[in-house]
Design a protein. Sequence first.
Lengths: 264, 72
Amino acid sequence: MSTTYGAQNEVELTDPVSWGVAAPAVGAAFAASAVEVVEAFTVVLAVATLRGWRPAVSGTLVALAALTGLVLVLGPLLDRVPLHPLQLGIGVLLLLFGMGWLRKAVLRAAGVIPVHDEEAAFAAETKHLAAEARRRHASLAWIAGLAAFKAALLEGLEVVFIVIAVGAGRGLLWPAAAGALAACVAVLAVGTVVHRPLSRVPENALKFGVGVMLSAFGVFWTGEGLGVQWPGGDLILFLFAALFLLTGLVTASLLRRPIGETPR
Amino acid sequence: MTLLRDIASELIGMFLADACLTGAVLALVLLVAALTLGLGVPPLIAGGVLLLGCLVILAGVAWREASRQDRV
């Protein structure tokens, strides 16, 4: 088939079955964005605590503008790539990325590696920023703004990849981007109200879920890129996700360490 | 320059964080491509190999990391 993603896009949007893939795509973008925004918010809050909200918000807005530009540039470029190579390329990247997240989430759930601690990350970032300002004799506002920019940009890169990866193959770029944006707004709204690191967000459970969904998408796209016509079409994604979830949970259960042996 | 280095290391970390996982996934995709495109195996069977292979790799890399942590 020599059709491109652009042509496929029009066909799929009129096909009601394609919305079977919309829910996991939007859900994956929402959950992944929530995890990354929680981590970025910890740094932004450290910046705001140390130097006020102005450099924190400025740095974050510049990073969000850069990330939006990346989506606007890369999204249309993908229209020019033939469908099967696009599916194969994105599928393999999704497998590497999604299974990487899932592996880490399994190891954290089993207590083999420590879970991410937002309170500790906040304390470390505040200390690092103050030390950096002393060392460089530079304006703390500038260093603080740059730190917020860097945190939002680096955490946002993963969200941009996920939005493009789960959205590009079926014309779901904008719904996936909307899912990511909704998570961003929700986390920032909650964070602004509670005004402290969001340490009670079940980060590893979210990462587990995102890893499961991305790995399922990875198998789906890679197979389609190699010419596999999956039975049930998009709906087989749910079976793939269930198998990855089951494998992850069983592996975590088999590897589980007794309480107290988990490294901190 | 530090920012560019950080972006590069973030991108590399996204896909190549665990060399064993990366190597195993790429080898599996090559195997499935060889099955479908080279040996004429029915695509659905090759797809099954891809799915099962990914599940085995996931359990294997997690098991390997846990054993490595035990030795440290």
